[in-house]
Design a protein around this ligand. Structure first.
Ligand SMILES: Nc1ncnc2c1ncn2[C@@H]1O[C@H](COP(=O)(O)OP(=O)(O)OP(=O)(O)O)[C@@H](O)[C@H]1O
Ligand SMILES: [Mg+2]
Length: 257
């Protein structure tokens, strides 16, 4: 269902020299450094699985998800979601996927949450019963009504995340890409979010790709794991296998005054 074949993403960064003279010389002679954020990644994620995409800060998780959601085009290699290359078919792909980037809003900054939902309903052409059913769920579990008519830019992080999560689920997408969806959420809401995604998986067979630095999120949601390190896949298998091998490792903190 989700396939990556030798996926590579490189960023070209201008090298800056310190100081005023340095800035001038940077302007005159631009030098570039290439960062390989995703370095030849291949994987297959079967439909109906819930995969944790795990890795340290800067490992390349968000960059991979940006290519899978069509926001970025790979430098080389390719990926497909339900048979489509997302960056070539952004609109068609948008109907298939639901996206949360915890670090970057997907909502309209100046609109209220109810207005955003009304627009999304038109954009996705969501049937009335589906829209109603989902709104009832979001009211109950995410207390979406409490967000009122406040523009998204004035919401707190936790309030915005509730709206982002609801927006990603509104059209019953076949695939959810959730990149740090629980940042800023308290324990009760984290629980509600886990319940929502597990429910979508159980009742609609939704495929889930999740990144989180909270192992409790991963354990409560995922059955499979894909571990990435410095842009390369270092483990793919069941979450149980990963936890079993991780059991043998320990971290020793050596503290000196
Ligand atoms: N737009 C960009 N321009 C330049 N470099 C970038 C860009 N986006 C990401 N990078 C670099 O690519 C690497 C991977 O970043 P990415 O955001 O994919 O990591 P991540 O695994 O999502 O990390 P985190 O857990 O902190 O969210 C990092 O070294 C980052 O600095
Ligand atoms: Mg990230």
């Amino acid at each position: 269902m989700i396939v990556a074949e030798h996926l590579v993403k490189e960023f070209r960064l201008a090298e800056r020299k310190p100081g005023l003279l340095g800035s001038l010389s940077t302007l005159l002679t631009r030098r570039y450094r290439v960062v390989r954020a995703v370095d030849d990644i291949s994987f297959e994620i079967p439909a109906g699985t819930k995969t944790a995409y795990i890795g340290a800060n800067g490992a390349g998780k968000s960059t991979t998800i940006k290519m899978l959601t069509g926001i970025m085009t790979p430098t080389s290699g390719r990926c497909t979601v339900a048979g489509l290359e997302p960056y070539r078919h952004r609109q068609r792909n948008a109907r298939t996927i639901g996206v949360v980037f915890g670090q970057r809003s997907q909502l309209w900054w100046d609109l209220s949450v109810p207005d955003s939902f009304r627009i999304l309903r038109r954009v996705y052409d969501i049937p009335e019963p589906v829209y109603r059913r989902n709104l009832v769920l979001f009211r109950e579990l995410l207390d979406i009504d409490a967000l009122g008519s406040t523009p998204v830019r004035q919401l707190s992080l936790g309030q915005r995340m509730r709206a982002e999560i609801a927006a990603s689920l509104l059209h019953d997408p076949a695939v959810l890409f959730w990149d740090e969806p629980t940042i800023g959420l308290d324990m009760v809401l984290k629980d509600a979010v886990r319940h929502l995604v597990n429910r979508a998986h159980r009742e609609l067979g939704t495929t889930v790709v999740l990144t989180s630095h909270d192992i409790a999120d991963i354990a409560a949601i995922c059955d499979s794991a894909l571990v990435v390190d410095h842009g390369r896949v270092v483990h793919q298998g069941t979450l149980q296998d990963l936890l079993r091998t991780a059991d043998h490792r320990s971290v020793v903190f050596d503290h000196r005054d």
